[in-house]
Design a protein around this ligand. Structure first.
Ligand code: B12
Ligand code: SF4
Length: 480
């Protein structure tokens, strides 16, 4: 059977005027995971439209498309094209799960939720000549997962080819997050076995890893065993974590010993009232300053994530957030405009209140206002969002942030990290357009490893790594 797997891109990602860096970060891990279930006799390709053109002149038997909200329009266009040619078209992913009826109009089969249980069932049904029109995931486990088909990924096209996920979902329930809707009908947080995760890590070449898990630290027992197992593997890694996980005694130390060098942290808002509104309970009454100090003391860079437009935000929120982040020496920041994804509680609340402006999914990209804000106009929200990026990444701000670091090396590291990434973005873009993305990886590895060479004692007298300079932001370019 000839199988074509496609990760479609939203229009802007293919525009010659847009920043390729944002879209050349991570390979399509979801599709490579599904490809692992195919038979050895199947001929399969993965096309990631963010980094390559989709050749639509072929005639595959089976077309598999992963649909995100912002790429839904393009996904449906490709699906219609291949259905007209007689292929069996499967659509799955987050957006299909949120709006199955919409997706079903463009597919022979749709899949709701994660694919590890439904996809092999579908393949068996297809081979028996009886594929169903819809499969809903209910059994949630990563046990017996076949090896991810990384051989189908063209590593040289990506800045961070070694992305990895060892869990699915998250134990929390924030109102604006996609995860409650996506994992409905089964467990919404589960992990691989530690042995399987370590084996997957072992298969990845080079030193650098990027964990894309929503919450790698979400199961402390699993995380502890994973970090223990990784100690001595010589890896340098980045991931996302919550403020709660950072403050938990012992876990961060183990992560650092196993190679953690930069962490994406969901602070979300500097307005405490917003946290209760969004059911972000795990952040309430946490000392954000202590989180940053703890990470910095352990030589871990901070990429702070902030969402603008929650109901307690007024036009003063932008300057306050930027000042707070600079004042606390946050190295990089990711700002988002609050976006109600269909299927989330936030979406239902906004829809009931008549606050949604439209359903043009292309613009549900976290940079465009798609609802009526409570305490400012949509214009103020969008302008404030862009201004926050400009203000945070001015040289003056970068130097002020650097000045918060106690040592000269720390100041230099901060300036190089924040400036190296944002201020030299055109250079990164050139490298990517010249299809030399992987050339950046040794630079990144050297930079991260540089921290290991300069060791300094922490307050308990143990030796801790101090990272020398830039790394790549995890979700920053993807959401910004
Ligand atoms: C990596 C990543 C990206 C990468 C691209 C994706 C890639 N290369 O795979 C980049 C950087 C391009 C990106 C961009 C954006 N992203 Co992004 N991204 C992620 C991230 C961190 C990891 C994705 C991943 O690899 N997951 C692990 C794999 C194993 O799971 P998976 O891909 O979901 O696949 C599984 C299932 O979905 C299912 N499945 C998927 N497709 C199909 C198809 C079939 C037929 C079947 C059977 C099953 C199936 O089976 C797979 C195995 O279980 C997620 C967060 C997350 N934890 O998922 C956010 C996330 C997906 N991104 C998000 C957003 C908002 C964006 C942007 C809009 C941000 C922006 N402001 O521009 C852009 C737009 C992307 C676009 N082109 O439309 C949101 C999505 C919200 C939504 N409802 O769609 C997420 C969930 C982050 C968040 N918490 O808000 N992103
Ligand atoms: S902590 Fe993050 S991943 Fe978990 S529910 Fe909240 S926003 Fe989603």
């Amino acid at each position: 059977m000839q199988v074509k797997m496609i990760l479609p891109a939203l229009t802007e990602a293919t525009s010659p005027f847009f920043r390729p860096i944002k879209y050349s970060l991570f390979p399509p891990l979801g599709l490579a995971t599904l490809a692992g279930y195919l038979d050895p006799g199947d001929e399969v390709t993965i096309t990631d439209e963010h980094v390559q053109r989709v050749d639509t002149s072929d005639e595959p038997d089976l077309v598999v498309i992963q649909v995100y909200i912002t790429s839904a329009r393009r996904a449906y266009e490709l699906a219609d094209h291949y259905r007209a040619k007689g292929a069996h078209v499967c659509l799955g992913g987050l957006h299909v799960t949120s709006l199955p009826e919409e997706a079903a109009q463009h597919a022979d089969t749709i899949f709701c939720g994660p694919g590890e249980d439904t996809w092999p069932r579908f393949l068996a049904d297809l081979r028996a000549g009886q594929p169903a029109p819809r499969y809903d995931s209910t059994e949630r486990t990563l046990a017996g997962l076949p090896p991810i088909r990384r051989d189908l990924i063209e590593r040289h096209r990506y800045l961070v080819p070694n992305s990895i996920v060892v869990s699915r979902g998250c134990p929390h329930v924030c109102d604006f997050c996609y995860k409650e809707a996506f994992f409905e009908g089964g467990k919404s947080f589960y992990t691989q076995t530690v042995d399987a995760a370590l084996a997957e890590i072992d298969r990845l070449p080079g030193r650098h890893l990027y964990f894309l898990d929503d919450h790698l630290f979400g199961n402390a027992r699993f995380a502890t065993a994973l970090f223990d197992g990784m100690r001595g593997m010589g890896r340098l890694w980045q991931a996302a974590g919550t403020v709660q996980a950072v403050l938990r005694p012992g876990l961060l130390e183990k992560a650092v010993e196993s190679g953690l060098r930069s962490l994406f942290v969901g602070f979300e808002t500097v307005n405490a009232g917003n946290l209760a509104e969004q059911r972000k309970w795990q952040n309430i009454d946490r000392d954000y300053g202590a989180v940053i100090r703890r990470l910095h003391d352990h030589g871990v860079m901070v990429n702070g994530s902030f969402v603008f437009g929650m109901d307690h935000d007024d036009p003063s929120v932008f300057d306050r957030t930027v000042e707070w982040a600079i004042g606390h020496g946050v190295e990089t920041a990711t700002f988002h405009i609050l976006t109600p994804y269909p299927g989330t509680r936030l979406y239902d609340r906004m829809a009931k209140a008549g606050r949604l402006l439209h359903s043009d999914w292309d613009r549900y990209d976290t940079r465009t206002v798609v609802f009526k804000p409570a305490r400012m106009t949509a214009r103020q929200l969008e302008d404030g969002y862009w201004r926050a990026y400009r203000d945070f990444y001015r040289w003056g701000s970068i130097l002020r942030g650097a000045a918060t670091k106690p040592t000269l090396a720390g100041k230099a590291r901060h300036a190089a990290y924040a400036g190296g990434w944002k201020k030299f973005e055109p250079a990164w873009d050139l490298i990517i357009r010249a299809r030399q993305a992987t050339r950046a990886l040794p630079v990144l590895e050297t930079v991260l490893a540089g921290g290991l060479r300069s060791r300094r004692p922490d307050t308990s007298g143990r030796l801790l790594p101090s990272v020398a300079t830039a790394d790549t932001e995890r979700r920053q370019p993807e959401r910004a």
